[in-house]
Design a protein around this ligand. Structure first.
Ligand code: PAF
Length: 273
């Protein structure tokens, strides 16, 4: 595995290869969810590039930028063992300059749900993803379905900016108890981890209701809320795959999303129905 810090050096190196590139952008603290993205990239491409960059512009003031887990040596080892060909490990000065050109998240889709609790977050995500895609120029780029709104916005950006990359969604990985894997799960105490299981439980309830023929969004959201309380709920929502609000679940074209704060940790999860 070769490790690059400089965007231009990596860009020149990758442009000199005559091979299909699969790209997995990450913020590190790699877990099995990331490994499943890398595996998929390896199956579908000749070369796999992983980036590790805790992107400051997608954290709002007062969020967990400083305490976000950073584990350089362990992450390098994970990448090596997973068969990654190139690891891109820039720091903030390598990626950002002064008086930055930025990508703005769309006014509606970028400011609902997670965009309401974290206004501006998605502009930071889109800006860094645009930069990373331009550096790596992959054929395929892999993103987890757990961050469904991020995945939707990146897919939209690539389409609307006529970018030449295929965005590949990858299923959410869960631990043995059903909790969606996330680098932020590390913040949870054992008691909070138990409490966090109410999130997948609420999604299971939604799935069961839909399977028994109940499609009414208001009713499903009420049942889910009852399960999630007394935790702080940022949102429980049911939208189409294009993130339009729904009154009735449309099987095959719906996503049920939850964001709840357990202890002081904001956790996201969703299920595609
Ligand atoms: O999902 C993430 O880890 C980040 O938002 C991403 C896509 C790597 C951009 O910083």
């Amino acid at each position: 595995m070769r490790v690059f810090q400089s965007p231009l050096e990596l860009k020149n190196e990758l442009r000199s290869l005559d091979a299909s590139i699969g790209f997995v952008p990450t913020m590190g603290a790699l877990h099995n969810g990331h490994i499943s993205l890398i595996k998929k990239a390896k199956e579908q491409n000749e070369i796999v590039v992983v980036s590790i960059f805790v992107n400051p512009t997608q954290f709002l003031k007062g969020e967990d930028l400083d305490k976000y887990p950073r584990r350089e040596q362990a992450d390098r080892r994970v990448c090596e063992l997973a068969g990654v060909d190139y690891l891109f490990y820039p720091n903030a000065d390598d990626i950002y300059g002064k008086d930055e050109v930025t990508v703005c998240a769309p006014n509606v889709r970028g400011y609902i749900l997670e965009g309401t609790s974290r206004p501006g977050h998605f502009s930071g995500v889109l800006t860094v993803v645009m930069k990373l895609l331009n550096i790596v120029n992959p054929k395929n780029a892999y993103f987890g379905k757990k961050d469904a709104q991020q995945l939707n916005l990146i897919t939209l950006m690539v389409k609307q900016m006529f970018m030449d990359v295929n965005i590949v969604p990858v299923d959410t990985m869960r631990d043995a108890n059903g909790l969606a894997l996330s680098s932020r799960n590390e913040y949870l105490t054992p008691i909070e981890k138990e409490e966090a299981l109410k999130i997948p439980l609420s999604l299971k309830k939604a799935t069961n209701m839909v399977m028994s023929g109940i499609y009414d969004v208001k009713r499903i959201k009420e049942e889910m809320t009852n399960i999630l309380l007394p935790n702080e709920i940022s949102y429980v929502a049911i939208v189409s795959r294009e993130f339009e609000p729904l009154e009735k679940v449309i099987p095959g074209n719906s996503i049920v999303l939850v964001e709840a704060v357990v202890g002081s940790t904001r956790l996201l999860d969703n299920i595609w129905l």
